[in-house]
Design a protein around this ligand. Structure first.
Ligand SMILES: [Ca+2]
Length: 263
């Protein structure tokens, strides 16, 4: 019994300690962009859910917003503008810090009947590159979609790189056609990211410092999101494969050699 009481008291103390971690206030700022074009979006409504009246603001002409003095802890940020799919990212807001929450929004028209992968990162790394292997023929090699071969969404390979960002932050967006039940080429596709800056200048910040994230939407619904692994110091990040029916199989592994073809 003594031991049980002691355990309960310890648990209570520990719980109090945990809640103290989120005492205090922090700020949130970020940029909201069009995921298809990379253009800044002005007039976007942004607020912290549960605190709408105190925190609601809109982005300026640069797509920038800032919300100050938000209680620290896990918060849901609500981001919306007419014509685009709303976003509600969860973020852990640190106290006494400016927390960065930048997002790219898709129009409902663009997102329809597609799988869309949006890569974003911070400004420490200038140039990350999105890559996709598409098995156009039933033999290797697959068609490789990247900045030198951007593809086409309406014709073979029915996949396209819409934005190549080279000056930090992204977004960098690849879209694949999906008819509701299958991809146009109903075989596995492979998506990975290359740290182009580090490859050409090894002393440059690596993936771990880039805070890279990939969000995957299918028909406008967020179905997966990935953060770069904490120990990813290599130059390639194999993020996921897309199965023939449009399902996502995570990989989240890093290497210094380009990921193998899907064959
Ligand atoms: Ca790039």
């Amino acid at each position: 019994m003594k031991y049980l009481l002691f355990s309960i008291l310890t648990l209570m103390l520990f719980s109090c300690g945990q809640s103290e971690l989120v005492d205090g206030y922090g700020d949130i700022e970020g940029y909201i962009t069009n995921g298809q074009t990379g253009a800044a979006l002005s007039g976007v409504t942004v607020y912290v859910e549960g605190f709408q009246s105190q925190t609601q603001t809109t982005t300026n002409g640069s797509g920038y917003y800032r919300i100050t003095n938000v209680q620290a802890g896990t918060k849901t940020i609500n981001v919306s503008i007419s014509g685009y799919i709303d976003q509600r990212p969860n973020t852990f807001l640190k106290k006494n810090k400016t927390n960065s929450v930048s997002l790219s929004l898709l129009t409902t028209a663009y997102a329809a009947n597609k799988l869309v992968a949006i890569l974003s990162w911070n400004t420490t790394v200038q140039d990350l590159d999105s890559n996709l292997y598409v098995p156009v023929n039933n033999t290797a090699p697959s068609t490789h979609i990247y900045y030198q071969n951007v593809g086409d969404i309406n014709n073979a390979p029915f996949a396209v790189l819409d934005v190549d960002d080279t000056d930090g932050s992204g977004p960098e967006t690849i879209a694949v056609k999906w008819n509701g039940t299958a991809l146009s080429y109903p075989r596995k596709h492979r998506y990975f990211v290359h740290n182009y800056t580090q490859q050409n200048s090894p002393a440059s910040p690596d993936f771990t410092q880039s805070e890279a994230q990939v969000r995957v939407y299918r028909n406008g619904t967020l179905i997966s999101q990935f953060s770069v692994p904490e120990n990813c110091t290599q130059t390639y990040w194999h993020v996921f494969d897309i199965e023939s029916n449009g399902a996502i199989t995570p990989s989240n592994s890093c290497s210094n050699s380009i990921p193998s073809d899907v064959y």
